[in-house]
Ligand binder design. Structure first.
Ligand code: AKG
Length: 264
């Protein structure tokens, strides 16, 4: 659990060090004093709930179901491949196109998450002796997105996944979760539960940051377990490179693994 936004230079340096250490040992950390107001987080959560509760017909007419919505896992052929959840995938460039939900709250939330994601990525990049500013060229707004997740009560089995094990393919993810719990991450071949903290946001390293950092930072597998009693909400901000960025190890330009985000 790492505090941000301290005015004391020594405290800021200690936070940066803790962040870098957590990113290489766990691929995950939680931040408090992150600068996003509890009120904005509360408003976002409320809009999210309203959005999921909007009648299906209304969702269909305002274009929300086009390419942006997922329920379960359409390709699953057995319960182990199935995610007991629904989600809206909303590119930042599309937030103001929708008329179903409070786009003002969502725009404000996305802008605040964007600023925080860039700050965190810059601190982590600077630790690799890289110019943090380089990331602004790689990650522009055009490909970043929000994913709004809802995990309904699952009456089937406690063993069902809310979200199947996966790593994130982006640069860096920030997650705002409610207090229900269910997120687990892989550490030393064991699943570790992330205890919810109402003041904290969860940050994790994505595959492309792992590649860019030459495997110094780790993109770690995580999953969500379904809950038989309570529904759960979370919203993730994905910091992504633009489609034509070439991602390679920042430390060894002549030998780096090359792939583009689009191929990913
Ligand atoms: C995702 O949306 O990719 C997640 O991993 C969400 C995790 C969570 O809801 O806790």
């Amino acid at each position: 659990l790492i505090g941000l936004n301290s005015h004391d230079e020594r405290e800021r340096a200690a936070s940066a060090k803790a962040m870098c250490r957590a990113s290489s040992e766990w691929g995950f950390f939680q931040v408090v004093n992150h600068g996003i107001s509890p009120e904005l987080l509360r408003k976002m959560r409320k809009e999210q709930e309203l959005l999921f509760k909007t009648p299906f017909e209304r969702k269909a007419t305002c274009g929300l179901l086009n390419n942006s919505y997922r329920w379960g896992t359409p390709t699953a052929t057995c319960p182990k491949q199935f995610s007991w959840s629904e989600a809206f995938h909303i590119p930042l460039t599309k937030i103001s196109d929708q008329s179903c939900y409070g786009e003002l709250v969502m725009t404000e939330f996305a802008a605040a998450m964007s600023k925080l994601a860039r700050l965190l990525a810059r601190i982590l990049a600077e630790n690799l002796s890289q110019q943090g500013g380089m990331l602004d060229d790689i990650c522009n707004e055009s490909t970043c997105f929000l994913r709004l997740n809802r995990y309904p009560v699952c009456p089937i089995s406690a063993e069902m996944f809310g979200l199947v094990p996966h790593t994130d393919s982006d640069f860096l993810t920030i997650l705002y979760q409610d207090q229900v719990g269910g997120l687990q991450l892989m550490k030393d071949s064991k699943w570790v539960a992330v205890r919810p903290n109402p003041d904290a946001l969860i940050v994790n390293i994505g595959d492309l940051f792992q590649a860019w950092s030459n495997d110094v930072y780790k993109s770690v597998e995580h999953k969500v377990m379904a809950n038989g009693k309570m529904e759960r909400y979370s919203v993730a901000y994905f910091l992504c490179p633009s489609y034509d960025s070439l991602i390679g190890s920042c430390t060894e330009p002549s030998t780096y693994r090359k792939f583009t985000f689009e191929e990913y």
